[in-house]
Design a protein around this ligand. Structure first.
Ligand SMILES: Nc1ncnc2c1ncn2[C@@H]1O[C@H](COP(=O)(O)OP(=O)(O)OP(=O)(O)O)[C@@H](O)[C@H]1O
Length: 499
């Protein structure tokens, strides 16, 4: 089955001449050597994949290539010559799609586009910007459901990401596009649509750099793949000549691609949070009631925006009709607007919800706080350390701090709102194991994920459609095919036949 925007481009086709060359680039932030002598080129018409664990230096390299960050040593040279900085990159048609969504929440979609579009200035700028963005959204993401006269803050995460992508694609004379984890919040359909559009850009000679932790996406769409580790590009491979296992092994850390089954989870000797099997929360939601028992990992699945986040919010708020026993901890999906305290350190961000465990005679113990923070920084390998300002951490490491914040509390119910966006494969595996350990202590976890494959780690899964729970799956009933079929309300046997 093909979508309207699907491209016929074959990854690995002969690339054009080099657009940009980075030579011996290094960059230090305080004690952290973020880039340690990088040599890389980006050619016209190619998609260059860039992979590596959290903190490997990918985003820093992107900012350098986009002229947004100066280098300590080395150089970045554009094929037409001249000094390379932000203005030169803008003139050359180089554009970046950020990992952290860079739209102003109080402006409408059209105003956001107009602000960043050279061609949209002048008396009729607003109308032109509206037309441009509507056309691009309609072309790239048919059925996007975005109203451009709405404030950006009213859009869902996936919709904001689509606007970001469309905004970048509206760049006049676009020559190079840098995408930092563009699909982390997109649905499967929108992801496919985006890659089809990237394929069309490649055919027009646009060079692209694609950062992603989703190895299969990079393998399927990139021409070459550069693997980064500790600030270095350790290998560059043709995508057609490698696979997920090889990429993970080059990245290091002993990670295997098959993460679906957790084996040999070590149950640490910690006090149980609750006795197994007790009902922790209950909602009579629609036709299928929702229940969580202690020690269970419950998945919330279905198409994005179909009621999963509302259910998490109801459990969090304990609103009418919701019966929740005990405290809960929450990991938000949007760390920028509802997660991180930007002026605080990693330790402060991590321990802010754990006041109960940290207080001695009603006063927070600084010593306990230090121990708790150090323990979690070590357990989740938060690169940067406990004392670092949270904003100095890479995106994935910031996300780890938010996850640690929830599990560092003693709340019996932990609510996860698509919490592993931007987290690398190795850490994700560690987090799946951590969840299983916490569940074995009696903790209950309610976990919304946009990655259906992750639902394999759950004991039960509720599938949502149009704001309602439409099915409840347990154990071997949990599969990606079944979740997709229930999300669309199709008989799974029909989807099987339609393949
Ligand atoms: N502005 C900054 N100040 C201090 N340290 C920084 C800054 N930006 C990045 N770093 C550090 O540089 C290293 C590389 O970070 P970078 O964001 O480039 O990693 P990344 O590979 O993009 O990670 P992720 O996959 O988590 O996004 C990290 O150790 C990070 O803490």
């Amino acid at each position: 089955m093909t979508t309207q925007t699907e491209s016929t481009r074959v990854a690995g086709a002969q690339p054009g001449p080099d657009l940009l060359r980075a030579t011996a680039v290094s960059k230090r932030y305080g004690n952290t050597l973020a880039l340690a002598g990088i040599d890389i080129t980006v050619a016209a018409g190619e998609i260059l994949g860039l992979v590596g664990h959290n903190g490997a230096g990918k985003s820093t390299l992107m900012r350098v290539l986009a002229g947004r960050e100066t280098t300590d040593t080395g150089s970045v040279d554009w094929h037409e010559g001249g000094a390379w900085d932000q203005r030169a990159a803008a003139r050359a048609g180089v554009r970046m799609i950020y990992q952290e969504l860079a739209l102003c929440p109080d402006l409408t979609v059209a105003e956001n586009i107009a602000l960043s579009s050279e061609s949209a200035r002048g008396w009729s700028w607003k109308k032109r910007a509206e037309r441009q963005v509507t056309e691009t959204l309609d072309r790239v993401f048919p059925g996007h459901g975005i109203s451009i006269v709405r404030r950006t803050s009213s859009l869902s995460m996936p919709q904001r990401q689509m606007v970001e992508i469309a905004r970048a694609m509206c760049t006049p004379k676009l020559s190079m596009l840098i995408l930092d984890e563009p699909t982390e919040s997109l649905s499967m359909d929108a992801t496919r649509q985006m890659y089809a559009a990237l394929g069309e850009l490649a055919e027009r000679g646009v060079g692209m750099v694609l950062i992603s932790h989703r190895m299969q996406e990079v393998l399927a769409n990139a021409d070459r793949i550069a693997v980064m580790k500790d600030g270095k590009v350790v290998e560059i491979l043709p995508a057609s000549e490698t696979d997920e296992d090889e990429l993970l092994s080059i990245m290091g850390g002993g990670v295997h691609a098959d993460t679906a089954v957790m084996q040999n989870v070590e149950v640490i000797d910690e006090a149980p949070v609750a006795a197994a099997g007790e009902t922790v929360a209950q909602i009579g939601a629609g036709d299928t009631p929702f229940t969580v028992r202690s020690g269970e990992i419950i998945g919330l699945a279905g198409l994005a925006g179909h009621g999963q986040e509302q259910l998490l919010q109801r459990l969090w708020a304990g609103s009418r009709g919701v019966d929740v026993r005990g405290r809960r901890a929450y990991v938000p999906g949007d760390r920028q607007t509802s997660g991180i305290f930007p002026l605080w350190s990693v330790a402060e961000n991590l321990t802010v919800s754990a006041a109960r465990q940290l207080s001695v005679g009603g006063v927070i113990s600084a010593a306990r706080e230090r121990v708790l923070a150090a323990d979690w920084v070590q357990r989740l390998n938060v690169k940067g350390g406990a004392k670092a300002p949270i904003t100095s951490l890479s995106g994935g490491n910031q996300q780890k701090v938010l996850v640690a914040r929830a599990f560092a509390t003693d709340a019996p119910l932990v609510l996860l709102d698509d919490p592993f966006r931007g987290v690398d494969v190795k850490t994700k595996n560690e987090l799946y194991a951590l969840m299983r350990i916490e569940a074995s202590r009696g903790r209950s976890i309610v976990w919304y994920s946009t990655e259906n494959g992750e639902m394999a780690h759950c004991d039960r899964v509720y599938v949502f459609r149009s704001g309602r729970i439409v099915s409840e799956l347990a154990n071997e009933e949990i599969s990606e095919d079944r979740i997709i079929a229930d999300s669309f309300g199709v008989d799974p046997r029909l989807t099987e036949e339609n393949r």
